[in-house]
Design a protein around this ligand. Structure first.
Ligand SMILES: [Zn+2]
Length: 256
């Protein structure tokens, strides 16, 4: 009986592709802390090497609390401040783009595609990063919706017949070189984040309103902080394992 390893698919080792540091990168996230979880180490590494990194956040983050007494308007303001502080830690542009769709109610609509297309045409990123909408069993609707929006926005931005009304006052179509999807269903691209792992953690910790939800008690007690760091470290170590990287972020790479 043939062993499992005779299967051609299990024998094929993943090949780590390399991506040159882009001139400009645009992260298209659903919530203020998504980019840091999915690609914080990569974005910090590129920013350090001279890449102009811009963070775009599609929703207002107004559902990011498990506290029944939380006022949504106060939470929205706190999360905006946290997003800007995290951008500073990553050395990203201070001009974080907030689209302010209602958290939890993001729709992969023609309007969202047009908005994302416009920002891609304005900012002209070489690389666009977002959630992988093909990820099986990804529960949060905003993560799926923003992933579809980013994919469709990239396609629309590259062809002049999509949203031609945007192509005025010198604005032209734009085709990014790469689309990197994080939390990927089938990762095929890895970025070494050993040098910026601490910054990924530090940027995540700027989202202190999320301590008590997705970040457990990371920002409120030492034990919680250690557990949070260990969780993210385990995650990055696991992502790097297939290609022999000590700490990595993995992606699905699409060449638009
Ligand atoms: Zn999120």
């Amino acid at each position: 009986m043939p062993s499992q390893s005779s299967n051609v698919f299990s024998e094929a080792a993943p090949v780590r592709q390399t991506l040159e540091t882009p001139t400009r990168a645009l992260s298209i996230a659903a919530h203020p802390d998504d980019a840091e979880f999915g690609a914080g180490g990569t974005l910090a590494k590129w920013a350090d090497a001279g890449c102009e990194v811009t963070l775009l956040i599609a929703t207002d983050g107004s559902k990011g609390s498990w506290d029944p007494d939380q006022d949504p308007a106060t939470l929205i303001e706190a999360r905006r401040r946290e997003a800007r502080s995290a951008a500073a830690v990553l050395a990203a542009s201070p001009d974080v783009i907030f689209l302010d769709h209602v958290d939890g109610e993001l729709h992969h609509s023609p309007e969202l595609r047009a908005e994302l297309c416009l920002w891609i045409r304005r900012l002209r990123p070489d690389v666009v990063l977002s959630w992988d909408p093909w990820k099986r069993y990804m529960l949060h609707p905003d993560h799926r919706e923003v992933g579809w929006g980013a994919c469709d926005g990239v396609v629309a931005a590259r062809d002049h017949l999509f949203h031609p009304e945007q192509l005025v006052d010198g604005l032209t179509k734009h085709r990014p070189d790469a689309l990197l999807l994080y939390a990927a269903d089938e990762p095929d691209h890895w970025e070494d984040v050993s040098s910026t792992f601490e910054r990924k953690i530090a940027a995540l910790l700027e989202h202190s309103s999320q301590s008590g939800t997705t970040m457990q008690d990371a920002a409120t007690d030492q034990e919680g902080l250690a557990a949070f760091e260990a969780r993210i470290s385990d995650w990055c170590r696991t992502m790097g394992e297939p290609v022999g990287l000590p700490l990595a972020e993995s992606f699905k790479l699409i060449r638009p």
